[in-house]
Design a protein around this ligand. Structure first.
Ligand code: GDP
Ligand code: IMO
Ligand code: MG
Length: 432
């Protein structure tokens, strides 16, 4: 049996342009699904002149597609309800299905996120302080409160009280003066539960049924492969499997029903938060790329760190995720930067490594090996170029793209030369 499904995830440290391409693919889809992460994500969609920044709502919402937030996500109900309200204010119908088994983020999780970061010192990941780590910790420790509990006040009272008392003790160990009133938080969250109740279903059953009946489904990852809990640069990442591997556990859709896996890369690399970054630039080229790519965090507004593209760690991500096709974004943002460099390998103690070393302490000792490429000139007509197709892009950009395709040995399915949906060139006609 063949399935009409596609997974979209970032092959680096997030912000690769997942929002743009999920919206692009959603044009042909019935359902768009988020399966991990929470309000740490910031996905930008520019649709019909309107700029949306989604934290929890899947990027199919501007097109009024069915959007599913599956069990692998952690939900800050306040953020979710605000996003629904914002869409309604724009006269967008929100066709949301929310998993009853997703976990709930409470204000004490956000507080703990900040306190834990502080005490980690140089091992801090520079989190978004959205309570992500503490909520996933409680899920694994089996203290967590799920959406099913949130919409059933009797269960909420019992489970939240237990969790609250536990977290209160932990927070007080950092700050003995800390206080929060249980009844206030219970009453507030009870109301959120009432408002979210109409959206809550068993999303695993819903998705499997939809996929089996031939519906077209896009799975939208948040964060990026290198931030993933199991295969990323631990501990400088997030708390979920932020890649295609997260789909099955995060939705209840078996991996054999995921027909295509698409990895997104930027034409350079960006990273926000802590942790080593082998190809990082800290000079005037970095300033230029940051300005041209508008590299400031969607959620926190922090300036993003930037550097050359790192095909060595991307190759590792292609292997573990079984990537079928690649999308390259932000090629326009490299305009006027000449020469350009592509990292193809790492060298350690005079030896070229066979496989990306994954362990941060080893990566810090590696030297990136680069190939040099000619850049392309500054333009103000990238949208027109996108309309005219691949033949009209600069020759040096073609050489750069083709070198990436050869090095990765993976088909480049689309390229992106601007933030708008149409600033896109398809290089393959069987994408979705
Ligand atoms: P996500 O987290 O992967 O969805 O990415 P973000 O939305 O956080 O960051 C990507 C940023 O780049 C957003 O502001 C997009 O609108 C923008 N963007 C996406 N593709 C392109 C592109 O090809 N060129 C330019 N200039 N901007 C792009
Ligand atoms: P999208 O989906 C970029 C980073 C944080 C920090 C680490 C852990 O927009 O690509 P967390 O709050 O998850 O505990 O932070 O992960 N991080 C992101 N970086 N894009 C994101 O999301 C990110 N979500 C988390 O900066 O280093
Ligand atoms: Mg983002």
């Amino acid at each position: 049996m063949s399935y009409n499904t596609i997974a979209v995830f970032g092959l680096s440290w997030g912000d690769e342009g997942k929002g743009k391409f999920v919206d692009y693919l959603a044009q042909k889809a019935d359902i768009v699904v988020r399966f991990q992460g929470g309000a740490n994500a910031g996905h930008t969609v520019v649709s019909d002149g309107v700029k949306y920044k989604f934290q929890l709502i899947p990027s199919g919402a501007p097109l009024e597609k069915e959007v599913v937030i599956a069990n692998g996500c952690v939900i800050d109900p306040k953020v979710l309800l605000t996003e629904i309200e914002n869409l309604n204010n724009l006269n967008k119908k929100v066709n949301l299905k929310l998993s009853s088994t997703a976990h709930v983020v409470f204000p004490f999780h956000n507080i703990l996120d900040g306190l834990e970061e502080e005490s980690k010192g140089k091992h801090a990941a520079g989190t978004t302080k959205r309570g992500i780590g503490p909520t996933y910790s409680d899920k694994s420790a089996r203290w967590g409160v799920r959406i099913f509990d949130l919409i059933n006040p009797d269960l909420l009272k019992i489970k939240l009280e237990k969790l609250f008392n536990l977290k209160r003790r932990v927070i007080k160990s950092y700050n003995p003066d800390w206080e929060m009133d249980f009844n206030t938080i219970f009453e507030e969250y009870k109301k959120y539960g009432e408002k979210l109740k109409p959206y809550v279903i068993d999303t695993a059953y819903y998705l499997n049924k939809a996929i089996d009946s031939g519906k077209k489904v896009v799975f939208e990852a948040a964060q990026g492969n290198l931030l993933g809990i199991d295969h990323g640069m631990y501990p400088y990442g997030t708390s979920s499997n932020a890649n295609a591997l997260g789909i099955s556990a995060g939705t209840g859709v078996p991996s054999k029903k995921i027909a295509k896996v698409v990895g997104i890369i930027k034409a350079y690399t960006s990273r926000v938060g802590g942790g080593f970054f082998p190809t990082e630039l800290e000079n005037d080229i970095a300033v230029k790329i940051r300005d041209q790519g508008k590299e400031y965090g969607t959620v926190t507004g922090r300036p993003r760190r930037v550097g050359w593209i790192d095909l060595f760690n991307i190759k590792y991500g292609i292997m573990i995720n079984g990537v079928d096709m690649i999308i390259i974004t932000l090629l326009d943002a490299l305009e006027g930067v000449d020469p350009l460099y592509i990292c193809t390998d790492y060298e350690l103690d005079g030896r070229i490594l066979e496989s990306w070393p994954i362990q941060s302490e080893i990566i810090e000792k590696c030297k990136p090996i680069y190939k040099e490429f000619k850049g392309w000139e500054k333009r103000d007509d990238w949208s027109r170029i996108a309309k005219d197709g691949y033949d009209s892009i600069p020759d040096s950009m073609k050489t750069y793209i083709e070198a990436i395709e050869n090095e990765l040995n993976t088909k480049i399915a689309m390229i992106s030369i601007g933030p708008n949906r149409n600033d896109t060139i398809e290089l393959s006609n069987d994408i979705f």
